[in-house]
Write a protein that binds this ligand. Sequence first.
Ligand code: GAL
Length: 701
Amino acid sequence: MSRIYQFKYFIVLALLTAVFCLTPVTLARDFYAPDGAMYIGVDYYPEHWPEQRWAEDLRLMHEAGFNVVRVAEFTWVMLEPEEGRFTFDWLDRFLDLAQQHEIKVILGTPTASMPAWVARKYPETLAMKPDGTRSTWGGRKNNCFSDGTYRLLSERITRAMAEHFRNHPAVVGWQTDNEFGGTDCRCHHCRQSFQDWLRTKYGSLDRLNQAWGTHFWGHTVQRWDEITIPDSREGTWAIANPSASLDWMRFTSWLNVRFQGDQVRILRQVCPDHFITHNFMGLFQDMDYYDLARDLDFVSWDNYPVFATMDEPGFAYSPAMAADVMRGLKARNFWIMEQSAGPLGWGSFSRNLRPGELRQIAMQQVAHGADGMLWFRWRTCTAGREQYWHGLLGHDGKPGRRYREAAAAAGDLRKLQDALRGTTVEAPVAMIYDYDSLWALRIQPGFPENQYLANLGRYHRAFLRAGVNVDMVPPDADLSGYRLVVASSLHILPDETADRLTDYVRRGGVLLADIRTGVKDATNLAYDRTLPGRLSQVLGVEIPEYEALYKVRYRLRVEEPLQGDFEASLYADWVEPKGAEALAVYDSWPVQSYAAITRNQYESGKAWYVGTIVPDETFYDRLIGALLSDAGIQPVMTPPAGVEISVRSGEGRRLLFLINHLEKPVTVQVPLEAKSLLGETQTPGEISLPPYGATVLQLVR
Ligand code: GAL
């Protein structure tokens, strides 16, 4: 090889190495502003207010310590009033003004709400309802995602915006569309696209017929164009083929992902320096969020926890679980793109946020990995469907209590931002979060209350009460870093996943599996195996029979370490231990001889099986306590009832969040050496939190 050739070879190699090494860094764009500030701000709708008011709003935002707004996600007709004619001047003026007030801007691609001219010129862009009629124009999120015209129109407005705004100094990033999901369009395009998608997936009709089990009722498909959209008219999937229904759910999710991909490709090409995110909806069930997150720099989500605690203020469990799911989508921190700012609702509105609650809601999300915070919305709108979805400011536009509380929260986040930077949640526990199983249980729950989120929630809540952080991870995640894995409701359990779980236990992990696990294969056909199928050996049990319990409850005889007076409800696996120890057995006729809860020592690890649902939450506290002890996990401290703790760590720092969910003050004993980052004066070892109080301590190792 000549020297010059060797040299060239060396350069190419060096370049390739550089690309490989740098790619993750450059792709994983930073969450923070270039000046190191956390992005904090609001969702703003300049089009809702007279232009003369913009400067006043921006001034107030700046005074509140905000540095970012999201705008434009519903302004398509204002940016493109007729096909191909663009009017960006008003948004230019807003961006200039924002820049003058040191407020950065995230632009939303405006495709969630189509202009009237789109529907008029191209009626096929409107989604078709199950009854064969098109959605009426005038709502939002009512487009067909497989329609080529809509995709082209979406690409055109995205490209036009990207090219126009790419060099504006105020613009830092993009939000694609708004809250992807649905639309369950049933037009002939969607049907054909579904057929094409299936052809690509299965390759041959034989394979499709096998995967869908079409020998049942003689439903063999003989031509691709015979495939119909599974019928879900009765609000359930009961009348459709479960395998076809699952593929339909995967397909509609994919349509959204592809639609987003069209926009992302353009934005990456035209605006390489901007980040791209999307506003997810936490525990929303119609999308495979792992897929949707893949193309993005980071996930953002819209958090409205007041719904969860509307009747009975108390521990806001579901926003914590949603946050853990959001962090799990890309195994990295996330933003809140819409954070509750006041009473909310469409026709009727919710309770108001209690003093301190606005800040507490934000702190809870930061505790779970939020690195950006935008409140929805700046000012309560005087028109349209969301006149009762209250913002920081009321209809009157006066900065009142909620504005002041958000400003105070922003001030605290500014105090925390340096310490937070580079930290994320430290979780010794993983819970598997799997859209296939979630969807399969929606199609055929087995018993009506068998809801995936409720099932996982029972464990997640107990972890929260125990003060232990949890990562929600996909079924193919690397589990080796976790000491405890909860694999609840893995109804669809491909053999590879079962083998990975088995391997995890073999190497010393502690695993929990439970009801209806391992029932189905990836195509939603029931396995011809005794339950729990491929997990039988690791769990040391067989389940020859099972039943749904309607109104009936079985008494449980519960052994150490779970001991208590508990009942089995809703569902019972008739578990036969095959090597596992029975920790709870049924104590009612006719199931006395069967176990309900078992634990098996398998090689170096332990595998638990929970074959029923216990209506008493205390049971789950005991169960999680026992699992943590098997896994050798000690929470940093045990929080008092109603108080949530969370730990973020990184860059040599460990930050302990304390969040009071109660409407009364609490005193928390902190048995650790720690200093407050928010400057409260504290009695050593003791922190007083007001109602809805929240604080952050840096642990001294
Ligand atoms: C969100 C949505 C916003 C707004 C808000 C209040 O789900 O992204 O555009 O509609 O809810 O309804």
